[in-house]
Write a protein that binds this ligand. Structure first.
Ligand SMILES: [Zn+2]
Length: 307
């Protein structure tokens, strides 16, 4: 089991620079790896973040100072054949939902190139923080299903089977139109067209200095948003997506209200998140966070963690 940490923990000194994003002792509901129950629902193994249980609209605090940006990120979960995956007979989605990302420069995190923290599924953003919204990408399920079938080495479906699969998918998408939309995937070199989470440190600084409303410098402990379940749709869409100033009411979905939190680096050339760290330095699934130790990224680590 310890091999996950050996293989995936980046070789970075665990300098403590964070405070917990929630005021109350946070109950951890998912660790660096998903629990078996959650994996069975969506099929993902790595979480690379921490989920904290929180009641709806709990304030979320900046874990460290830095440049805050916000956006919207959500995608429907698909099967291997690119048809929408169902949970209790209905399509469902994941992604960060309405999120805040803070870029912490070297002077804050003491790591060359800086680090980012992300806060997902928010129902509302903090004062002066606006989500930079981009048009969604639309999925053409017919093309995607055919394309995926061609890449299969065995058990390729014949045209009759494919026809049936496409027909059923189109029916489902007609009923749940949100399934076609992908949010948070606009990768462009053009500063106006790319997602705010992809801004380089230089762009953040420049935009902030020029008074852009999409980049706000926040201090450690500032309220940056409020918890919710945005991005986690199940069945019908119950809120408005891609708003600059979101306000997502409480709605029934496949997951509990929680805060998704993660700490990572970002490859600014490729825009990819890299070198994710488990802020508790455990790198396992939830059950293992009971053996809590002190080599964490938190200054306030003595705070009780409950499971
Ligand atoms: Zn999460």
């Amino acid at each position: 089991m310890a091999t996950i940490k050996k293989r995936y923990a980046p070789d970075i000194n665990n300098y403590k620079y964070l405070i917990h994003p929630l005021k109350e002792s946070p109950k951890i509901t998912e660790g660096y790896l998903y629990t078996k129950e959650e994996r069975d629902i969506h099929g993902f193994y790595f979480h690379k973040g921490i989920d904290y249980a929180a009641s709806y609209r709990t304030p979320v605090y900046a874990t460290a100072s830095g440049y805050a940006v916000a956006g919207y990120h959500r995608f429907a979960i698909l099967n291997d054949d690119n048809t929408p995956r169902l949970y209790k007979d209905k399509p469902f989605s994941t992604g960060l939902g309405y999120f805040v990302q803070i870029y912490h420069p070297y002077k804050v995190c003491k790591i060359k190139g800086g680090r980012i923290t992300q806060y997902g599924h928010l129902s509302k953003l903090g004062d002066g923080i606006y989500a930079k919204t981009q048009k969604p990408i639309l999925i053409n399920f017919r093309e995607e299903i055919i394309r995926k079938n061609k890449t299969r080495r065995s058990k390729r479906k014949d045209s009759e089977e494919l026809k049936e699969l496409i027909k059923n998918t189109e029916k489902l998408v007609w009923k749940y139109p949100w399934v076609r939309k992908l949010y948070g995937f606009s990768f462009s070199d053009d500063i106006n067209k790319k997602e705010s989470y992809l801004y380089t440190p230089q762009e953040l600084k420049k935009l902030h200095e020029s008074g852009s409303k999409y980049v706000k410098w926040v201090e450690q402990g500032d309220i940056i948003g409020y918890t919710g379940t945005s991005g986690l749709i199940h069945g019908r869409l119950r809120y408005r997506e891609n708003r600059r100033k979101p306000s997502v009411r409480k709605f029934q979905t496949w997951d509990e209200n929680h805060l998704h939190f993660e700490e990572a680096g970002r490859d600014v050339k490729k825009g990819k998140k890299i070198l994710h760290r488990d802020p508790y330095d455990i790198y396992l699934s939830k059950e293992h966070y009971r053996e809590f130790h002190y080599d964490t990224l938190f200054i306030d680590f003595e705070k009780k963690i409950s499971l």
